[in-house]
Design a binder for this molecule. Structure first.
Ligand SMILES: NC(=O)c1ccc[n+]([C@@H]2O[C@H](COP(=O)([O-])OP(=O)(O)OC[C@H]3O[C@@H](n4cnc5c(N)ncnc54)[C@H](OP(=O)(O)O)[C@@H]3O)[C@@H](O)[C@H]2O)c1
Length: 278
């Protein structure tokens, strides 16, 4: 039986993806501070701890490692993303596992979209720099896939960004939605199925896995507000961003993924129509 090890099973993506993995795989997963998974093979693991990562993965001997764990906390972002990924790559090399890594559209400066898989990263913030460095580390492993993705959302559990904005509005804090930042949000179910499809797929290298529809962050947020019935919008401002530490246009070209994978990469409006509430 093929063994899969999923780092960050407790992440937003991991919580959706793990239940979708077919029974033909023996699944192991890791969490750091939230053991909400109730999985028999769930391991507490700090990716910054090289010895712990090595021991954990040596004991599992996975055929496939899906590396989802990360951090956007300034205090440990670099250590979790860069060092953690280095430790995962070292362990993957030792047990000759196939490695699938989740990267981001935030590795780009947003000035020359659309970006295909050959586009060179030029990050403009710490998160983007750490993820771009992690990509370079993953590239040193022969059997690796780097998935570049965009805003991840679902219709059963609210995504991080929408939850943060709902909380701000509930606390009477103003929020600003940017009308000049372009992204291709991806439905968490599509991204999960695409990751699983890649477990025993022949594809290697970088793959842009994003939804088919390009939206401004403001237009995406409004769709999510409508879906989640967040109606208290008095303190919402929509305007252009003038900050230079968040890239403006991060549109990714997903033609290669659409040709290579069976999983459909629906746009937001298609997902909302497919899941229309009764
Ligand atoms: N969310 C998005 O819109 C988006 C967009 C582009 C790319 N991505 C990438 O997709 C992946 C999943 O994103 P997500 O938003 O679903 O993640 P998330 O919900 O923020 O979860 C982060 C995960 O990393 C784990 N983690 C944090 N610190 C750790 C440490 N020191 N050692 C081991 N694990 C640690 C957390 O474990 P605990 O919860 O147990 O502490 C959690 O499972 C990430 O690599 C992210 O960069 C996400």
């Amino acid at each position: 039986m093929m063994r899969v090890f999923v780092t960050g099973g407790s992440s937003y993506l991991g919580r959706h993806l793990l239940p979708l993995i077919p029974d033909q795989f023996e699944v192991h997963t890791s969490f750091y501070s939230h053991d909400s998974l109730n999985y028999p093979n769930s391991h507490q693991l700090d990716l910054r701890d090289e010895t712990a990562v090595s021991k954990c993965i040596h004991a599992i001997q996975p055929h496939i490692i899906l590396h989802l764990a990360g951090s956007n906390r300034p205090s440990d972002m670099a250590a979790v993303i860069r060092d953690g990924t280095k430790h995962i790559v070292q362990a993957a090399q030792k047990c000759e596992a196939r490695l699938i890594y989740l990267s981001t559209d935030s590795i780009f400066d947003g000035l020359s979209a659309p970006y295909d898989e050959a586009a060179k990263p030029n990050p403009v913030n710490e998160y983007g720099r750490a993820k771009a460095d992690a990509e370079q580390i993953v590239k040193t492993h022969d059997n690796a896939v780097i998935i570049r993705t965009s805003l991840i959302y679902g219709l059963e559990e609210m995504d991080h960004g929408t939850r943060w904005m709902r909380e701000a509005l509930q606390n009477d804090n103003p929020i600003t939605l940017f009308s000049n930042q372009l992204r291709n949000p991806i439905w968490v179910n599509s991204l999960s199925m695409a990751c699983i499809e890649l477990f025993d797929h022949q594809f290697g290298g970088i793959l842009n896995i994003v939804g088919n529809q390009v939206l401004t962050r403001a237009a995406f947020a409004i769709r999510m507000f409508d879906y989640w019935q967040i109606s208290n919008r008095k303190l919402v401002t929509i305007k252009n961003s003038s900050k230079n530490n968040w890239p403006l246009n991060c549109q990714l070209d997903n033609n290669l993924a659409s040709r290579s994978l069976k999983t459909p990469l629906y746009g937001v409006d298609e997902v909302l129509a497919l899941n229309k509430r009764a």
